[in-house]
Design a protein around this ligand. Structure first.
Ligand SMILES: [Zn+2]
Length: 286
C-alpha cells in the first residue's frame, strides 16, 4: 500500500457511506436534504439511498446534479483524489495510488477541473453553449474522448491585481485576431510550445491561447526583448513552469487548465483539499 499522505487516511473505499464523511456536510450544509429541483424540504427516503421530494416528486441521490456525481469513485476515493490533486500528482500517479484505472481518474480530474472553472467570476460566459457549456447534458458531464474538430481555440486575457489573478474568456476575440494584431499592429507575441501569449493588450497584462495546427505558430520569432508577462513575476512565474509540462493539452481542454491555474494561484496560501471538495460538491449549472 503506497503512503498517501493526504490527511484523510482510514476512509477505506467502498465501506463508508456519504453520511460518515465530510462530503455529506459539503453537500447539505445544514445537515438537511432539500430537493435539487424545487428546493422543497419535505423529503422521503426510498430504498438504495434514493430520496424523493414530497412537493414535486423528483427522485434523487445525495450526489445527483453535482460535479462529484460524475465518475465512479466512492466518497473515500474522492477525498484521496482531492489530496493528490492538491499536490499536483499526475493522473498516472493518482491511478497507481488509488488503484483505479487511468480513465477513471482522468474523468474524475476532468470533473474536478470543471468544478473549479464553475467557481470563476466569468463562469457565466465560460459555461455558454459555445464554450464549456457544450460539455453539459442536463446536469451531467459529457466530454468526448477527443476534441471536436474545427473548433476555434478560445482567447483569454490575464490580469493580475494586488496578488489576485483574473483570467477572462474574451468571447469576441478569435485566435486569428491575435495573430493579426501581431502582424499588423505590432502586438508582440511569444510562445511556450503551442501556447501563444502576448504583450499588454488593453487592460490585460497579456492575452493567451492554445493554438492548433491551423495557426501560423512558425511566425512567432523569439525576441530579445521579453513581453510584459515575462517581466512581471507573480502569476506568470507560477503558471509558466506548469504550462511547460502541459504537452498533450488540446485547445478544447486548455480553458480548464487555465482556470485551474487561476484557482490554484488565488488560493496559493490556503489548504486546497477542503476547497476542492467544496467545489466538487457544488451543483452543476443547468
Ligand atoms: Zn422538488
Amino acid at each position: 500500500m503506497p503512503d498517501r499522505d493526504v490527511g484523510h487516511r482510514g476512509l477505506d473505499s467502498g465501506r463508508v457511506s456519504l453520511e460518515d464523511t465530510p462530503l455529506f456536510r459539503l453537500c447539505w450544509p445544514r445537515g438537511q436534504r432539500f430537493c435539487p429541483r424545487c428546493r422543497g424540504l419535505k423529503i422521503y427516503s426510498l430504498a438504495d439511498a434514493r430520496h424523493r421530494c414530497g412537493a414535486c416528486g423528483y427522485t434523487f441521490r445525495d450526489l445527483t446534479g453535482r460535479w462529484i456525481g460524475n465518475g465512479a469513485l466512492t466518497p473515500g476515493q474522492w477525498i484521496d483524489l482531492a489530496g493528490l490533486f492538491a499536490q499536483e500528482a499526475s493522473v498516472l500517479a493518482m491511478s497507481k495510488a488509488l488503484a483505479l484505472s487511468y480513465n477513471t481518474v482522468y474523468k474524475a480530474t476532468t470533473a474536478l477541473r470543471f468544478s473549479l472553472a464553475a467557481q470563476s467570476l466569468d463562469a457565466g460566459t465560460l459555461f455558454g453553449p459555445e464554450h464549456l457549456g457544450r460539455f453539459l447534458k442536463g446536469r451531467r458531464l459529457a466530454v468526448p474522448p477527443r476534441d471536436e474538430a474545427g473548433l476555434s481555440p478560445s482567447v483569454f486575457g490575464i490580469l493580475e491585481k494586488q496578488g489576485w489573478v483574473f483570467i477572462d474568456l474574451l468571447p469576441r476575440l478569435g485566435p486569428e485576431d491575435v495573430f493579426h494584431f501581431g502582424l499588423q499592429f505590432h502586438l508582440r507575441l511569444a510562445r511556450l510550445g503551442s501556447m501563444v501569449y502576448t504583450d499588454r493588450y488593453r487592460q490585460y497584462d497579456g492575452l493567451i491561447l492554445c493554438a492548433d495546427e491551423s495557426l501560423p505558430l512558425y511566425s512567432i520569432r523569439k525576441s530579445r526583448d521579453p513581453v510584459h508577462l515575462d517581466r512581471m513575476g507573480g502569476f506568470w512565474d507560477f503558471a509558466r513552469s506548469r504550462i511547460k509540462v502541459y504537452k498533450g493539452v488540446s485547445p478544447g481542454r486548455f480553458p480548464l487548465y487555465l482556470k485551474e491555474l487561476e484557482y490554484r494561484y488565488n488560493h496559493r496560501s490556503e489548504d486546497l483539499i477542503p476547497l476542492l471538495l467544496d467545489c466538487l460538491c457544488a451543483f452543476m449549472p443547468e
